[in-house]
Design a protein around this ligand. Structure first.
Ligand code: FAD
Ligand code: SIN
Length: 532
């Protein structure tokens, strides 16, 4: 049986839900999401959404900060569009019921409490205390739940895009649907629609240490790459400078907003060090702060640095950062009285599936928005809190574009999934071993500081692992663990290939063999496209 819809949305974070709500006025929408519907990077976002709201702020200033952080590689027209359309999309979120924190502090003007983060030259971060993503996700999911045209399929895992090229049909490559592992029943179903929206988020789990939850395995980039779409700039993996360092804490972020409110970084010996690296000190752009911490840790052999906000009034810290305060307390750290041990960790994928600002990819019928997409907004390094902004603006624009000229359903027979002679895997230890190996390899060889030799070594090892994984893939019944393994291997391949293509250091791609930026590469993106 083929499940036919007007719109297939893969992913239920801010990008997928925002698009689904706009598309649902025109047709039936299926949201396919691989875990519980709220489980997404969006749900863990802390700092907030950047937008020009304050009266002392301006579009020109937000554009300039984004371009500066992006280290010369942003597409300027895209930056302008996203920044200028931000306030209208924020108003829509408010109308949907998102409750952003309001100014209560002494001396602050009435209105929203605008936060500050690294690389911003004005207070422009709307936030809901330190759990902004949870609040946005709550409001969007509530709106989706009450929409009669939207059906959410939880624990449904998108395996691969169905394209006319894969079906052996001549002519323009077109996406006509998706194969989906229907976890609840353990079989693979076929979903078809004239519009397939990739909103599957990022790929933090490709690295051993990450701020991302388990869903972030780069499935969208891997699927699009296999389908023949262009992917770009994947060498620019953003490492967040301050992930909690604690043996029992899995991926807990300490928001940049803590530094925005005065928190300072200290080395293991307790000395401030950021003035050696940038005039903005602890609030410098993220690539610079993460690299500075990496240098300090390597120099001293320490396993972490400290983030110190003990000089601020305890009541302020507890009220502004209740989630961070409570979580650290659970691990025995009272952040009002002692500094927080922190380390950098993989956080955000600046590259992705190439799209324009309306979410269109180079495959007809396939769109991408949110972290999975590479619109050109972030360039070589994303400005803090610009990703939730990009997701809402681009989801809106994609909906407008598609609804203005809805693509017709292709007259194609979409075949059912073929499972060959697959049998149940009896050596799942191989899957978990390969998972660990890839993540460690990426951390050690394709991390904050790279060299050509390390990249080449990683490339060889990933190619071997991919052969093994492929054998598994053909021989055994697919499981979500195996599918994710195949995807992180593909994304690792793509990150390494992009990093090897770029003969310079720029933004987040720092290579000791070329420690400087090369002006000839200032506007060049590293684009990959699979042709077979
Ligand atoms: P996500 O929110 O990650 O959603 C992806 C969805 O796709 C999920 O529902 C997932 O289950 C689903 N999915 C993935 N693969 C499949 C598959 N194969 N089949 C079916 N479903 C699939 N950005 C900011 O701008 N401000 C912040 O303050 C901020 N804080 C952050 C804090 C943390 C801890 C993290 C991890 C990120 C933060 N970011 C922040 C980044 C931001 O949260 C993300 O970039 C953004 O939420 C991405 O939204 P998205 O909708 O594209 O993807
Ligand atoms: C944070 O709160 O530090 C995360 C902000 C972001 O990733 O944009």
């Amino acid at each position: 049986m083929i499940h036919q819809y007007d719109f297939l949305v893969l992913g239920s974070g801010i990008a997928g839900l925002s698009f689904a709500l706009k598309a649902a006025g025109r047709g039936r929408v299926a949201i396919i999401t691989k875990k519980h519907r709220a489980e997404s990077n969006t749900n863990y976002a802390q700092g907030g959404i950047a937008a020009v709201i304050g009266k002392d702020d301006s579009f020109a200033s937000h554009v300039a900060d984004t371009l500066e952080a992006g280290a010369g590689l942003c597409r300027e027209a895209v930056v302008r569009t996203i920044v200028e359309e931000g306030p209208a999309r924020i108003q829509e979120l408010i109308d949907l019921g998102v409750k952003f924190s309001e100014a209560e502090r002494q001396g602050a003007e009435p209105g929203f409490d605008l936060g500050m983060e690294g690389g911003h030259s004005a207070r422009r971060i709307l936030h809901a205390k330190d759990t902004t993503g949870r609040e946005v996700e709550r409001a969007l999911l509530a709106a989706v739940a009450s929409h009669p045209n939207i059906r959410v399929f939880e624990n449904f895992f998108a395996i691969d895009l169905i394209t006319t090229r894969k079906l052996g049909l001549a002519g323009t490559n077109r996406c006509v649907g998706v194969y989906v592992l229907m976890d609840a029943v353990g079989t693979v179903g076929t979903f078809s629609a004239p519009v397939v929206m990739l909103a599957t988020g990022g790929c933090g789990k490709v690295y051993l240490y990450t701020t991302n939850p388990d869903i972030a395995t780069g499935d969208g980039v891997a699927m699009a790459y296999r389908a023949g779409a262009a992917v770009a700039n994947m060498e620019f993996i953003q490492f967040h400078p301050t992930c909690l360092y604690h043996p029992k804490a899995k991926s807990f972020l300490i928001s940049e907003a803590v530094r925005g409110e005065g928190g300072v970084l200290r080395n293991f010996a307790g000395q401030e060090f950021m003035e050696k690296y940038h005039a903005l000190k602890s609030l410098a752009p993220r690539d610079i702060v993460a690299r500075a911490i990496d240098t300090e840790m390597k120099r001293s052999g320490a396993e972490h640095v400290w983030l110190d906000i003990t000089h601020k009034p305890a009541r302020f810290v507890m009220e502004r950062f209740p989630n961070i305060y409570q979580t650290c307390l659970k691990y025995g750290i009272d952040i009002t009285k002692e500094p927080i041990p922190v380390v950098p960790a993989a956080h955000y994928q600046c590259g992705g599936v190439v799209t324009n600002v309306d979410g269109e990819t180079d495959i007809v019928g396939l769109y991408a928005v949110g972290e999975v997409a590479c619109t050109g907004l972030h360039g070589a390094n994303r400005l803090a809190s610009n990703s939730l902004l990009e997701a809402v603006v681009c989801a809106h624009r994609a909906a407008q574009r598609i609804l203005a000229e809805p693509p017709a359903r292709a007259a194609v027979d979409v075949p059912a999934w073929e499972s060959r002679n697959a049998h149940n895997a009896d050596e799942l230890v191989v899957v978990s071993h390969n998972w660990d190996e890839i993540r460690r390899l990426m951390w050690d060889y394709v991390g904050i500081v790279r060299t050509n030799k390390r990249l080449q070594r990683a490339q060889k090892r990933i190619a071997n692992l991919q052969e093994e994984i492929l054998e598994y893939y053909w021989d055994f019944v697919v499981t979500s663990d195996l599918l994710e393994l195949r995807n992180i291997a593909t994304v690792a391949e793509v990150i390494i290939a992009c990093a090897l293509q770029r003969p310079e250091s720029r933004g987040l791609n720092f290579n000791l063999d070329y420690p400087q930026a090369d002006p000839a590469w200032a506007q060049r993106e590293t684009v990959l496209r699979r042709t077979s």
